[in-house]
Design a protein around this ligand. Structure first.
Ligand code: BLA
Length: 319
C-alpha cells in the first residue's frame, strides 16, 4: 500500500512574508536573535584552504546564487574541489523566519573516509540539527571500519552528545547513514546553543580535515569500486529522501528543487554508479513499480541515542 504523505512543514514554512513594511519590522526583530550560518561556512572554507589546495568546482558556473520565486530570498550555493575532495559544497538560505545550512564534503572514491555532513534548519520556534562524519561503510556490520575512523573520535562525540542531546525519533532508515558520533538534536533557539553548535561544527570539521589529510589513496581497483558504490548509494538516498526537499520546492519550484538536489547537493549520482534508488532500497517499491513517497517505510524510530559511550550500537531492532 502506498500512501502519499505531504511534507508536514510545507504548509507552515511558506514564503509569504506579508507586506514589505511588516517584513522589515520582523526582520529587525529577527536580526537580534537569529543565527547566521555564514561564519560556519567561512570557517570551513578558510580551514580547508589553509590545509589543502582548494579550487572552485565546475558546478559553480551553474549553481551560484538563485532567487526564490517571489524574489525575496537568496539561495546561496558554493562548491569546490581539491585533490582528495571530490566535492565540497554548501547551500544556505537565510530569511527572517528561517535559516538553513546544508554543508557537505565528499571524498574522492580512492578514499574510504567518512562524508562530512552538517544540516541545520533553524526557525524562530525550533532548530533541527544533524552534524556527523557520515560513515561510507556500514559501521554495524563493518567493525573494522568503525574502529579505524570513530574509535579516536568517540570523546569528541561524547562531549557534544551531552551538550546537544539526542533529538528523539527520526526516520529509521536515516540511522544507517549516521555514525556513532552523530549529533542529531532539536532545541529552541538560544545564543548558548548556537555557540555550542558552532564549536561542535568547528571541531567536527577539523576532525574531518585531519582524516582527509592523513588519508592515503587506495590503489586496489575493487576497493575503489566499493567506495564509489557506497558513496553512490548515499547520494541516491539523500537526493530522493532529503527532508529539505519540501522547503526547496517552496522557494524555487519542483523542477529547480530536483535539479539542485540531483545535480548540486548530491552531485555524483549520474557519474559514480548506475543503480537506481529502488535497486538500493527495494523496500520503497510500490505495487505499481514507483517509489513510495513516504520518507520512511520503517517508521519513526530511535527515541533515544542508539549508541553507547563506547560507540556500540544499542538500538536493537530500531523501535
Ligand atoms: C528534519 N532533517 C530532519 C530530520 C533529520 C534530518 C534526521 C528529522 C526528521 C526525520 O525523521 O527525518 C536530516 N536526515 C537528515 C540528514 C540525513 C538524513 C542530514 O537521513 C543524512 C543522511 N533540512 C536540510 C535542508 C532543509 C531541511 C537543506 O538539510 C531545508 C531546505 C529542512 N529538515 C528540514 C525540515 C525538517 C527536517 C523542514 C522537519 C520536517 C520533517 O521532519 O520532515
Amino acid at each position: 500500500l502506498c500512501l502519499t504523505v505531504k511534507p508536514r512543514l510545507q504548509r507552515s514554512v511558506g514564503v509569504s512574508f506579508g507586506t514589505h513594511s511588516s517584513w522589515r519590522r520582523k526582520r529587525a526583530l529577527f536580526q537580534a536573535s537569529a543565527i547566521s550560518f555564514q561564519k560556519f561556512v567561512k570557517f570551513a572554507l578558510n580551514e580547508t584552504k589553509r590545509q589543502t589546495h582548494l579550487v572552485p568546482s565546475p558546478l559553480q558556473v551553474k549553481f551560484n546564487t538563485v532567487n526564490s520565486m517571489d524574489g525575496k530570498t537568496e539561495l546561496q550555493m558554493l562548491s569546490f574541489q581539491a585533490s582528495k575532495i571530490r566535492l565540497l559544497r554548501s547551500l544556505s538560505i537565510e530569511t527572517e523566519a528561517m535559516q538553513v545550512l546544508d554543508f557537505a564534503a565528499f571524498p574522492e572514491p580512492e578514499f574510504d573516509i567518512p562524508i562530512f555532513c552538517a544540516n541545520f534548519f533553524a526557525t524562530t520556534n525550533t532548530n533541527i540539527m544533524v552534524l556527523d562524519l557520515n560513515p561510507l561503510h556500514d559501521v554495524i556490520s563493518r567493525a573494522d571500519y568503525k574502529e579505524r575512523y570513530y574509535r579516536s573520535l568517540m570523546p569528541l562525540g561524547l562531549k557534544y552528545s551531552e551538550l546537544l542531546p539526542w533529538g528523539g525519533k527520526l526516520t529509521g532508515e536515516s540511522l544507517k547513514f549516521f555514525s556513532p558520533i552523530v549529533i542529531w538534536t532539536r532545541f529552541t533557539p538560544s545564543q548558548d546553543k548556537y555557540e555550542v553548535l558552532y564549536s561542535a561544527f568547528m571541531d567536527y570539521y577539523e576532525a574531518w580535515l585531519g582524516l582527509i589529510n592523513q588519508a592515503v589513496a587506495e590503489t586496489d581497483a575493487s576497493q575503489i569500486m566499493c567506495n564509489r558504490e557506497a558513496q553512490h548509494r548515499y547520494l541516491t538516498w539523500r537526493a530522493e529522501k532529503d527532508p529539505g526537499h519540501g522547503v526547496l520546492k517552496k522557494f524555487i519550484g519542483e523542477t529547480m528543487a530536483k535539479d539542485v538536489l540531483r545535480n548540486f547537493l548530491f552531485n555524483g549520482i549520474d557519474e559514480l554508479g548506475s543503480r537506481t534508488f529502488l535497486d538500493y532500497f527495494p523496500e520503497y517499491r510500490c505495487e505499481d513499480g514507483t517509489i513510495n513517497e513516504k520518507r520512511s517505510v520503517m517508521g519513526k524510530s530511535f527515541e533515544n541515542r542508539p549508541w553507547d559511550t563506547k560507540g556500540n550500537f544499542i538500538g536493537g531492532h530500531s523501535k
